[in-house]
Design a binder for this molecule. Structure first.
Ligand code: C2E
Ligand code: CA
Ligand code: CA
Length: 595
């Protein structure tokens, strides 16, 4: 009475079942609720959601049964799954085939099962009720069972889709990318593919759009981007939504990297020409070749993302490079570790480097410089970690940490405000913080400090990032009475006309112009002389950084430079060391020292 099913359709059915990753998962109330309803409708003690695995019926949900599974052989649910049609057995004893089944021998007399069918038509198993007395099933009971089975399928598909399709873009997620890649690796192991990572904008840019235009606008940008990418890829290829403004897809098999990158460039240009939104001018694309089955899905994505990061610095499309991937990996590691450092008082500290008034040799201030000692990797140079965190939203917390520590120290030193000022470095991102000034003022107030006691250093490039906004912010800051300094002067490309509008009182000439200056005359000397003269004409006080030799200090004093900072005067020091140094520092100008 049983028709054999073909090996092929059974393999496809099993594959569909396995894809859903339901087997051997824990019980869940959303299924148990439906099973209880089935048992109540029939007034029978036993009901189950029973899935047909290769050799067993496994119960995702059950009432009145102790077992988690029974053998598939002669199980009525297996027949329901194979035929994808309901089945009623009114009396097991009257059915020669089922009388000999495991259920039949255990005393089951009645069975009704409705198939669990996927959208593609695969029977996964049955929703079934069992009784120990023979009985019939009315058509309304059977109709209810079929409805409940459909509810079970909805639940299964809902749970499966959760986290697999992005609710905003409507395309598959990173989880799905992982699974699809695993499937491909099974079917086409050893084939070369290219993973393409499309980065529409940095997270910071996205959150800025969200702040300014609202998150509905961001969603719209994402949807438009999705549509553009789908148009480029065509209906047969999948675009995956990896995170807020990041997408990924795979090249057609055997694509040659350089030719494919040309194609991507052309596609990008055409998207730009047809798009209504501005984001497309910021797109960065990373391409990562890999062999199916040899690289884990997450590594494939990370590699492509790292290439996209490189693309930001080149012309929009970049190929994966191992060395820059390692660098990005380290940066990423540092970023995470720095987050913990902010919460761990033992890792971060400030050191202080004296600033010397050249005409008198007195120390009239210091620059607070951040130091980070990681418990495992040891000291990390600010030259390495500051540029990394400055790119992220962590810039705010980092600056706040420095601000608090610097003000605490200043308050502890109790130096007369007219004799000593402490400078703190700000990042470009800080200029976008609406409450920065309020936080500074609050910090000063809490500690009874005066605004003149603190100075903020900003590089030219930090100001030039968003000149109008920066200028407005800096004007407000200057109005509170704190001093502003333009750091690393000479390394940026800002015009003097612009710098003149910046309400800074100080320019700090970058070390590169200072370090090698040992004698008057020569090109370096002329350059420095011009910079100092120009800065003075514009009304700035001039500080030379990176003074390593006495000769340099003397020349600077002769050129009329106001202040100097550098190893020759004093290296950055721990607070106690700095106090001790200051107490016995000579207070003589470099020229007197040489006499
Ligand atoms: P910067 O603001 O230009 O700081 C001066 C840097 O030059 C410091 O390096 C200092 O140790 C070094 N230096 C001072 N005198 C000499 C000298 O005579 N010769 C030489 N070769 N170097 C000298 P450091 O402490 O490694 O800091 C590097 C950069 O990291 C800083 O450059 C600044 O841009 C950034 N940074 C440090 N601390 C902070 C901070 O708290 N916040 C922010 N946003 N940036 C910071
Ligand atoms: Ca500085
Ligand atoms: Ca500097």
């Amino acid at each position: 009475m049983r028709e054999p099913i073909s090996d092929f359709s059974e393999a496809a059915r099993l594959d569909a079942l396995q894809q859903l990753k339901l087997l051997d998962t824990s019980p869940s109330e959303s299924f148990d609720r439906i099973t209880r309803m089935a048992s109540q409708i029939f007034g029978l003690p036993i009901a189950a959601v029973s899935l047909t695995d290769s050799d067993r019926q496994w119960f995702k949900s059950r009432v009145g049964v102790a077992h988690q599974s029974i053998p598939r052989d002669k199980a009525p649910c297996a027949h329901v799954a194979e035929s994808a049609a309901p089945l009623i057995i009114e009396d097991f004893q009257a059915d020669a085939y089922y009388a000999e089944s495991v259920l039949g021998r255990a005393g089951t007399r009645f069975y009704a099962g409705a198939p669990l069918i996927t959208r593609e038509g695969y029977g996964l198993g049955a929703l079934c009720v069992l009784g120990t007395e023979p009985r019939k099933a009315s058509s309304s009971e059977l109709a209810a069972l079929v409805d409940l089975a459909a509810m079970v399928m909805n639940q299964i598909e809902l749970e499966h889709a959760f986290g697999r399709v992005d609710p905003v873009s409507g395309v598959p997620t990173r989880n799905q990318f992982r699974d699809d890649l695993a499937d491909l690796a099974r079917d086409q192991a050893g084939e070369q593919y290219l993973a393409v990572f499309v980065d529409l904008a940095r997270d910071e840019q996205i959150s800025r759009i969200a702040r300014v235009m609202g998150s509905a606008q961001v969603d719209e940008v994402v949807r438009e981007a999705t549509r553009s990418l789908q148009k480029v890829l065509g209906p047969d290829r999948t675009v995956y939504h990896i995170s807020s403004a990041q997408f990924a897809f795979l090249s057609p098999p055997k694509a040659e990297p350089f030719a494919y990158m040309q194609e991507l460039r052309a596609a990008l240009t055409s998207i730009r020409q047809t798009s209504s939104v501005r984001f497309v001018t910021n797109v960065a694309i990373g391409v990562r070749p890999f062999i199916l089955g040899e690289v884990a899905a997450d590594d494939v994505l990370r590699g492509a993302a790292s290439a996209a990061q490189d693309a930001r610095e080149s012309d929009g499309v970049a190929l994966y490079s191992l060395s820059s991937d390692l660098a990005h990996k380290r940066q990423y590691g540092l970023l995470n570790a720095f987050g913990s450092a902010l919460d761990d008082d033992s890792q971060l500290r400030l050191v202080f480097q004296p600033r010397i008034e050249l005409s008198t040799g007195r120390c009239i201030g210091a620059e607070a410089l951040l130091r980070w000692r990681h418990p495992e990797i040891g000291d990390v140079s600010p030259g390495e970690f500051i540029p990394v965190i400055e790119q992220t939203s962590m810039a705010r917390a980092a600056t706040q940490w420095v601000l608090d520590a610097a003000m605490d120290q200043l308050a502890a030193w109790r130096l007369p405000p007219e004799e000593f000022a402490l400078s703190v470095n700000l990042s470009a991102a800080n200029l976008a913080e609406d409450d920065l000034i309020a936080r500074i003022q609050l910090g000063l107030l809490k500690r009874g400090l005066r605004p003149e006691q603190i100075e903020f250093e900003l590089t030219e490039s930090a100001i030039m990032g968003e000149p109008d906004r920066a200028l407005a912010m800096l004007r407000e800051m200057a109005a509170t009475g704190v001093c502003l300094a333009i750091d690393d002067f000479g390394t940026g490309h800002s015009s003097l006309a612009y710098l003149q509008r910046v309400p800074a009182r100080v320019v700090k000439i970058d070390q590169t112009f200072v370090r090698n200056l040992t004698e008057p005359g020569g090109a370096d000397f002329v350059l420095l002389e011009t910079m100092i003269g120009l800065a003075h004409k514009l009304g700035f006080r001039v500080v030379a950084e990176g003074v390593e030799m006495q000769e340099t200090a003397i020349i600077l004093a002769q050129l009329g430079c106001d202040e100097a900072q550098g190893f020759w005067f004093g290296r950055p020091m721990e607070p106690e060391q700095f106090s001790a140094w200051r107490a016995c520092s000579s207070g003589v100008s470099p020229m007197q020292a040489s006499a």
